[in-house]
Ligand binder design. Structure first.
Ligand SMILES: Cc1ncc(COP(=O)(O)O)c(C=O)c1O
Length: 360
């Protein structure tokens, strides 16, 4: 049995994929290859076209998602490269509550006359299916960030393909351990590998995964041309992070489920949103915006910081960002639940919630 053997389970793939061959004197781990150019005559030629450290990360992620992966400098570089598949004036259907940076890219492209963006309520499957008619690309994110809405991926995928559109799923929140959209015949999976895949809040990286060789070729060509390539150290850090993805996701999810249960019983909380899987929980403070701001400044373990998917618990009031849509409640705090002891996380959180005394 080798790391490429079919039928290996995700935890084994996470640990074994993307390693050098098991031969005498080969390093066990893929080294960090710092090279801007290579001796001519091979496949790589120049540092913008490829790097063995990127390839190791791509092999491991591709094996987990069940496709071929390409790494990018950031998640948003991956998003931009995928959106560039849309021809001049083409329509893109996307969740109105997709990650704000993705929605801002759509707005920017639309403002320059490049595309037409149709933003939908991704939970309204009938409306999304109707919007697919005439679309060039259907963008899905499930769960959405930070509303935690779930899309009916198989139904929307079928309608989008019927309309001749590409279907893309941003799988950042679920990770390939909890959702493998390529198995639902989605064309492309996108990741902010900055989040769970790398998992330690120390690297920015993006990725696209596909089973379609032609799409792979086109996207690789765009990456070569534009230069939206990953840093070698970042790719190595993400690969290192990927080795424990299953353990981190398992613990974060268990903590998130338990915190959801306890938060639902706390009087300071108006609403708890948790889709039933993953490590992200969004809470809406009963007293609104000010209470949410107070909470994010009163804890010791929970850190008020943007981003998510790291080993440490972080949270933020999302509407502190001016670009966040007003349909996201002003008192919503997105919590990225880490892998600490759940009782310590709860004591810190509950202490701050109990203490919320608003000025009258
Ligand atoms: C769901 C989702 N997609 C994409 C991105 C963009 O990724 P990056 O920050 O790596 O550019 C983010 C970042 O927060 C995200 O949450």
């Amino acid at each position: 049995m080798t790391a490429d053997s079919p039928g290996l389970r995700p935890a084994t793939i996470a640990v074994t994929a993307g390693r050098p061959p098991h031969e005498p004197d080969q390093p066990l781990n893929q080294p960090i290859v710092m090279a801007s150019t290579y001796v001519a005559g091979g496949d790589l030629e120049y540092g913008r076209y490829g790097n063995p450290t990127w390839t190791a990360f791509e092999d491991a992620l591709g094996a987990l998602e069940g496709g071929r992966a390409l790494a990018f400098s950031t998640g948003l570089a991956a998003v931009a490269t995928v959106l560039d598949l849309v021809g001049q004036g083409g329509t893109v259907v996307a969740p109105r509550h997709a990650y704000n940076g993705s929605v801002m890219q759509l707005a920017d492209l639309e403002s320059r006359g490049r595309i037409k963006a149709v933003l939908v309520d991704i939970t309204d499957t009938e409306a999304v299916v109707a919007a697919c008619d005439g679309a060039a690309l259907v963008w899905l994110e499930s769960p959405t960030n930070p509303a935690l809405e779930i899309a009916d991926i198989p139904t929307i995928r079928a309608a989008a393909h019927e309309a001749g559109a590409y279907v893309v799923v941003d799988n950042t929140f679920a990770t390939p351990l909890l959702q493998r959209p390529l198995e639902d015949e989605v064309d492309l999976v996108v990741h902010s590998a900055t989040k769970y895949l790398a998992g330690h809040s120390d690297a920015l990286l993006g990725a696209v995964v596909t089973r379609d060789d032609e799409l792979f070729r086109v996207l690789k060509g765009r990456r070569d041309l534009v230069g939206a390539i990953p840093g070698t150290l970042e790719a190595w850090l993400a690969l290192r992070g990927l080795r424990t993805l299953h353990l981190r996701v398992e613990r974060a999810q268990a903590n998130a489920a338990e915190l959801t249960r306890r938060l639902r019983a706390h009087p300071a909380i108006g609403e708890v949103r948790y889709p039933g899987f993953g490590g992200i929980v969004s809470i809406v403070l009963a007293e609104g915006e000010l209470a949410a701001d107070l909470l994010t400044h009163k804890t010791a373990l929970w850190v008020n910081a943007t981003s998510l998917g790291g080993v440490e618990s972080t949270f933020e009031r999302r509407r502190r960002w001016k670009s966040e849509p007003t349909t996201i409640p002003a008192g919503l705090v997105r919590m990225s639940v880490g892998i600490e002891d759940v009782d310590d996380l709860w004591d810190d959180l509950a202490g701050a919630l109990d203490d919320l005394t608003l000025p009258t």
